[in-house]
Design a protein around this ligand. Sequence first.
Ligand code: BT5
Length: 258
Amino acid sequence: MRHFSEVDSTNGQLKVEAKAGNVPEGTVFTTDFQTNGRGRLDRRWESPPGQGLLFSLLLFPELPPDQLPLISLMGSMAVLDGILKFMEEYPIRCDALQAIELKWPNDLIVDGRKICGILSETGLDNQRRRFFILGIGLNVNQTSDDFPEPLQDTAVSLRMIVGFDLLRDHLLRYILKELEECYNRLKVEGSDWIAPLWLERSRYEERSVTVMNHKRKITGIVVGLESNGALKLRISGDPAKVETIYSGDVTSRCSQDQ
Ligand code: BT5
């Protein structure tokens, strides 16, 4: 584990080291502040100094490239379990944590507000081995005012849910333990369990969702996930048509009876 008090992006730094073959599988880069925290599609991840968890984990998964998105789904489940197990250590019961939900493909949300985002990146090292970087940003101790203006209505932190500050280092340890357990399961059992488990835990099946995919808005009912994690939608207005969505942003999700 390497900690930076400040860095441009933990994903960016880890990618440089991974490409050069300088770092082994399992390496974690963490920081208190990113000057250029990155989201997907050149978006930014904003986190004021010392309040969130910002880290990147290096893996060398033995999966075909089209299966790699499963690692992001696995990562979001591991982060959620890490949070829940960490909070079990606190003497106070926080039922509000049950409101944390998985959002396809890479987020955790609470009442529609984002609490965690994942940026997955791959590349080849100097021996042409494919590496995978799982970059995780989790809002921990921010108050609403700590988020920049445009995020104040769309972002939330653990502190805002439970009402008190949390020990970020301990939380990180819990999350890394969950990630390690999931990754070991992936190595032993293969990846078949990830998509069904994610679908069950997200309760996405049979729900109506709207996805923005390359500026195209697609609304439909979730009929499942492909084995590689892609979303299968029965398109609204054309029930015979099932479309597979490989990337995008879910912009709304209704329950079955809405
Ligand atoms: C993500 O992208 O959600 C992936 C974020 C990954 C961040 C981690 S931090 C450690 C590692 N190093 C990096 O440089 N990155 C990773 P995306 O789905 O594209 O969402 C980005 C959008 O989320 C932004 O455009 C904002 O609207 C919103 N956002 C930015 N910061 C946020 C925050 N702290 N909380 C909630 N939403 C945020």
